[in-house]
Design a protein around this ligand. Sequence first.
Ligand code: IPM
Ligand code: MN
Length: 361
Amino acid sequence: MKLKIAVLPGDGIGGEITKQALEVAKTVCKKFRHELSYKEALIGATAIEAVGNPYPDATHVLCMESDAVLFGAIGHPKYDNDPTSKIRPEQGLLAMRKQLGLYANIRPVTIFSSLIHRSPLRASLVKDTDFMCIRELTGGIYFGRPQGRSEDSTTAYDTCVYTSKEIERIVHLAYRYALQRKKKLTIVDKANVLATSRLWRQVAQQIEKEYPEVETEYMFVDNAAMQIIQVPKRFDVIVTENMFGDILTDEASVITGSLGMLPSASIGTHTSVFEPIHGSYPQAAGKDIANPLASILSVALMFEYAFSLHEEGKLIREAVNASIIAGVVTEDIATSIRSSYKTSEVGQWIVDYISKRLIAL
Ligand code: IPM
Ligand code: MN
């Protein structure tokens, strides 16, 4: 099969982790005799520095022409520490999501049994945790307008907007995923306070009737935040709006031992994007210490979601699991810094594992 991908390393540790992920993608393609071609493009702070635009037209054209996008991370302290800056790296990621129509961000939360001991929660609680968070990605308070300041700059406002069409498509998608899994859907909102959440609930209650095989529950976001930590096993598929999904999945990642473990797939109307859920971790940039596993696992999702190549995805997950069992892990999940490995060493170990693995073609 021919695979044409765009690689957008972005900022901070983005370059280091996507480099390892790309090597893994190349190795898997060689193994399964796929033809991989890729091109890199700019996004985020790096793109602002180079061309003054966080999502340059050339990057968008490349994404549109590709079968899948591998994205690294975005953000730079220079902009975080300057709240008055009008141009920001994150605008690049938001523009990409909007322009590629990536309305659904799928974040699987699974725990490798080899990592259970790294979870801050008791092993008995986290064992067998396996749920999927579906985050709406192109609406809500991230995109609602008006957004800004009053003329005298003493007041600021954001607007949360959702149309029933936006809610319908993501809720249907969530039901389709629930049907393929344990047939349980949790719809997370704040319907006791927010008008947008009440529309979510109303639209979802209509759609619910079309999926009688699925057990549906409605949960307020504050309660969901608690239950994700208290009884993570109770969840199967969670669907929620943009900002709630952002926050809940960072929380959920902690269950799995590290934020550096969780991959995601953003899907919609054009090319799909595969990205770790973590940020650009600027303190670690250039040090070769960041965990490349979320990015490598995003490549597994890319094979599965963008190309329906399931054996390839499975082999990557197996290699990641083996690297953890072998103790070849970065400092965030190592038992001590002294026994930890570099980003590039972890990547190389996984590449070697895949190369050596015998498979029947
Ligand atoms: C994420 C990130 C982004 C988001 C930031 C970098 C804009 O936190 O992908 O979860 O909030 O969506
Ligand atoms: Mn986030």
